[in-house]
Design a binder for this molecule. Structure first.
Ligand code: 8YV
Length: 324
């Protein structure tokens, strides 16, 4: 008997065909909206495997799936997985590192450029037919090239951001990380800085750290107050690493120059979130890894992880905290 699997988001024909070779698959079919937790719970009553796309994997959800043996996330982040509950049940959990690094780094540079050169404001101005009146100095931005970039979290994606900034834009790149990375410093020519020093000295501050109990709200009022008034803050990691109320205040009062955001404390962002009313914010809908190719590659890696887990082989990318 082939194991039953639920696929909680629509994947490509290629990924589906791969899974169909090994599993009895059912897939969420509605491309218009994501499956709710309640709907997912109703779907997984007799499945052994779950191919998940950002769904909260809570103890409660797991209790709706007594036969579940493996959860394969189509994401590198797994903060939405209750790892203790998974451990207790002996459920194998996997994720998709590496395949998305460059795509997320590309989008980070897009946010840096857009926020610094005021791309969205100027785009809106042209569209509104206001170019006729001329573009005054108040809409001139800041240079990206040769500016100082501080990256908080020098993992795989951080490295790709550093490479683009350093070799593409001649930026001076510093980083802060829990552990120092001498090999990376040497290879990429980046400097380690203590967090406060990095906040005080950088022109661009990119937050690229996983969400853990230690990193929750690691950037708040105190940290924004340390930044330059011309600083541009970029978050492409997880919204909850930032105290969003403090960020809104820093942007509203022009304590910092601008922000480029792909992630928020609560997603999807509510239409009345003040961030959406501020001119000095570029907002994206958590789209860092979302090119067609990369999302498909991620789903394929996740599918392989799932099949390996269900067939008793060690999956390539087990969540580190769940490794034996
Ligand atoms: C995911 C992400 O695609 O990989 C991650 O951690 O944030 C995104 O790339 C998103 O979480 C949906 O699964």
């Amino acid at each position: 008997m082939r194991p039953k699997v639920y696929i909680s988001s629509k994947v490509s024909d290629e990924v589906k065909a791969y899974l169909d070779q090994y599993c009895e698959c059912e897939m969420w079919q509605n491309p218009e909206r994501a499956i709710t937790g309640q709907e997912l719970a109703e779907k997984i009553g007799d499945v052994e495997g779950l191919l998940a796309a950002g769904n909260a994997i809570s103890e409660r959800l797991l209790s709706a799936a007594p036969k579940l043996r493996a959860v394969s996330n189509i994401s590198v982040g797994y903060n939405h997985n209750d790892l203790d509950a998974m451990k207790k049940r002996g459920i194998i959990g996997t994720h998709t590192p590496y395949v998305l690094d460059e795509t997320v780094a590309d989008l980070t540079l897009a946010l840096m450029l857009a926020a610094a050169r005021r791309v969205t404001e100027l785009h809106n101005l042209v569209r509104a037919g206001e170019w006729q009146r001329g573009v005054g100095e108040q809409l001139f931005g800041l240079d990206v090239h040769h500016a100082k970039l501080g990256i908080i979290g020098m993992g795989r994606i951080g490295e790709q951001i550093a490479k683009r900034a350093k070799f593409g834009f001649d930026m001076e790149v510093s980083y802060y990380n829990r552990s120092r990375k001498p090999e990376t410093e040497e290879r990429l020519g980046v400097n380690y800085m203590a967090l406060n020093e990095l906040l005080e000295q950088s022109d661009f501050i990119v937050l690229m750290t996983p969400l853990t109990p230690e990193t929750k709200h690691m950037i708040g009022e105190e940290q924004f107050n340390r930044m330059k008034r011309t600083a541009i803050f970029i978050n492409v990691s997880r919204g909850e690493t930032v105290d969003e109320a403090a960020l809104i205040e820093a942007l509203r009062t022009k304590r910092i120059y601008a922000a480029g955001l792909d992630v928020y404390e609560k997603e999807p962002v509510s239409p009345d979130n003040p961030l959406l009313q501020l001119d000095n914010v570029v907002t994206l809908p958590h789209i860092g890894s979302a090119t067609k190719k990369t999302r498909n590659d991620m789903a394929m890696v996740a599918a392989r992880n799932l099949v390996d887990a269900l067939y008793g082989r060690e999956p390539q990318y087990v969540i580190p905290e769940l490794k034996n």
